[in-house]
Structure formats: structure tokens, C-alpha cells
Design a protein around this ligand. Structure first.
Ligand code: IPE
Ligand code: IPE
Ligand code: MG
Length: 229
């Protein structure tokens, strides 16, 4: 991949968008687009392992996605439940620690059970931390945290570092309530590619783009080689 470790983002967030349009463009049901997105997700997980990323957070279902037609919501709940069960051993073997970020209510118990089982099974892993944002909303997270005291101490995963690189597929250029607190200084990367077409190669391209950027965090550039102070 050719990126030195010190130019890698510590935490990559991905808004996996465009499944529905991918399916509709093929005259298929939207549910088939979600299914096709599974391959992209696990190719990206492999790519993250290969690149040596430590934190990867993916947006799987937002607090606003309940407003979709009941049939699509039901499909997404069942699909994620199946996926978690089928991929649990894989995550254990690959050293992936999976955590769900989001409110529990009103996610059905059988879906929460699969999330809990996957969290439990992968708890001892430390190669890659994979946060699956499910029934997640940045505002809900901030409201929940503020209700309990200081915000950073009560986020869903207080140990989670800030997002360094935020990727969104499908050409939309918005945050849609994803990791609002953690993305305050994230570098944003947008691609027209629809999520089912995304891959580890596309991830590596985003990582290379990130590696060439200069971050300032409100300060001034560190003087580079050959540049005047
Ligand atoms: C992203 O794809 C997956 C979820 C939001 C669950 P979409 O379902 O939003 O696909 P588009 O944006 O309609 O194409
Ligand atoms: C964001 O995508 C949520 C997920 C990818 C899970 P949406 O498709 O729901 O976002 P909007 O509606 O285009 O903002
Ligand atoms: Mg969408």
C-alpha cells in the first residue's frame, strides 16, 4: 500500500451510503443493495487489517433510519442479525474487537442479543477495534452523555479516539448525524462510488489521500523541510 505508519489515520469512520441506489440502478430490490454492501464491508475490514488501522467505525443504521418503510427497516434488522451471527467467528479469528455504538431502545431483543454475543466473543481482541454504529445518532449520543455528566467521559465508547479520516460514499456530502463529537477535526473524504462498489483498494486510495494532507487543528503548520519558519 506504500503509506508509512505515521501517516496512517488512527481512526477511520465510514458512512456506508448508496446501497439503495446501487440496487435500483440494476432494477433490483433495495434489500439486495444492502446485501451487496456486506462484501464491501468485509473487504474493507480486511484492508484495514492489512494497512494496520487500529480503529474503524461504520455507520450501519441511524436513529433517523426508522423513518424508512417498515419492510426495509425489518429487512435491515434481520440482515444485521444474520450478518453478526455469520461473521462472529471470522471476527474472533481475525483479532477484531466489535462494539455496537447506539441506543438500545427500540432495537428488538433478538438483534441486540447478536450484537451482545459478538461483543462478548471479541472482547479479548486488540488488533482492530470495529465500532458498528447501529441505532446510532450523534445527537442522541451527546444528549445521553450530557444527561450523565461530562460529555467526553460518557460517550458510548469513551476510549474511542477522535475520527481522523471520515469517508462517505455515494456522492452525498453531509454527516447525517454520524459521530458528531468525535469528528470535530476529521479530514473529510467523499467519493461518488456507491457503497457496494467500495473495496479495500478504494480504502487504500482514501488513506493515500489522507496521508498527503496537512492538519492544523486551529494552530499553524509545523514547518516542513525546506520551508521558511
Ligand atoms: C446506506 O444505503 C445503508 C443504510 C442507510 C442502512 P442507503 O439505503 O441509504 O442507500 P441510498 O442512499 O438510498 O442509495
Ligand atoms: C446515513 O445514510 C446512515 C447510514 C449510512 C447508516 P442515510 O442514507 O440514512 O443518510 P441521508 O438520509 O442521505 O442523510
Ligand atoms: Mg442513503
Amino acid at each position: 500500500m506504500g503509506i508509512s505508519v505515521d501517516r496512517l489515520p488512527g481512526h477511520v469512520g465510514i458512512i456506508m451510503d448508496g446501497n439503495g441506489r446501487w440496487a435500483e440502478a440494476r432494477g433490483l430490490d433495495r434489500s439486495l443493495g444492502h446485501e451487496a454492501g456486506e462484501r464491501a464491508l468485509f473487504d474493507v475490514v480486511e484492508g484495514a487489517l492489512e494497512a494496520g488501522l487500529r480503529y474503524l467505525s461504520v455507520y450501519a443504521f441511524s436513529t433517523e433510519n426508522w423513518s424508512r418503510p417498515p419492510s426495509e427497516v425489518a429487512f435491515l434488522l434481520g440482515f444485521n442479525r444474520r450478518l453478526l451471527r455469520q461473521r462472529r467467528d471470522y471476527m474472533v479469528e481475525r483479532g477484531v474487537r466489535m462494539r455496537r455504538l447506539g441506543r438500545r431502545d427500540p432495537v428488538p431483543g433478538d438483534v441486540l442479543e447478536e450484537f451482545d454475543a459478538a461483543e462478548e466473543a471479541t472482547r479479548g481482541n486488540d488488533r482492530l477495534a470495529l465500532q458498528v454504529c447501529f441505532n446510532y445518532g450523534g445527537r442522541a449520543e451527546l444528549e445521553d452523555a450530557a444527561a450523565r455528566g461530562s460529555i467526553p467521559a460518557h460517550l458510548y465508547a469513551p476510549d474511542l479516539p477522535d475520527v481522523d479520516l471520515l469517508i462517505r460514499t455515494s456522492g452525498e456530502k453531509r454527516l447525517s448525524n454520524f459521530l458528531l463529537w468525535q469528528s470535530a477535526y476529521a479530514e473529510l473524504y467523499f467519493t461518488e462510488m456507491l457503497w457496494p462498489d467500495f473495496s479495500r483498494a478504494a480504502l487504500f486510495e482514501a488513506l493515500r489521500d489522507y496521508a498527503a494532507r496537512r492538519r492544523r487543528f486551529g494552530g499553524l503548520d509545523e514547518p516542513g523541510e525546506g520551508e521558511p519558519r
